[in-house]
Ligand binder design. Structure first.
Ligand SMILES: [Zn+2]
Length: 102
């Protein structure tokens, strides 16, 4: 195993064995809460975070409550990183077949 592969695999194992993983994109939307006395009635709306995913061609979005934001951001980021690492490992094996180097 090359040092690159070892590194990618060990980072991947850390991510998978760590906390959560969540596929999706983070989206910040602004919305007005509807209270006429709230500052948002005049200016910009409150920021809320959503996770957006596409499943079987359908887009779904999930509202993330404020106190869940740090966790969800971490899970989404870790999933993204894990996918990149899987790609890296996959590329190594693609080359093995191409070069006939088991
Ligand atoms: Zn408001």
């Amino acid at each position: 195993m090359t040092p690159e592969e070892r590194k990618a695999r060990s980072r991947l194992a850390q991510l998978i064995g760590g906390h959560g993983l969540m596929r999706g994109c983070l989206l910040v939307r602004r919305r007005k809460c509807g209270k006429p006395t709230c500052h948002c009635a005049q200016g910009e709306g409150h920021e809320s975070l959503y996770v957006v995913i596409t499943e079987q061609g359908r887009t779904r979005q999930l509202f993330v409550p404020k106190d869940w934001e740090p966790r969800v951001r971490q899970w989404v980021e870790d999933h993204h990183r894990a996918r990149q690492l899987m790609e890296e490992v996959s590329r190594i094996y693609w080359d093995k077949v191409r070069k006939r180097q088991g």
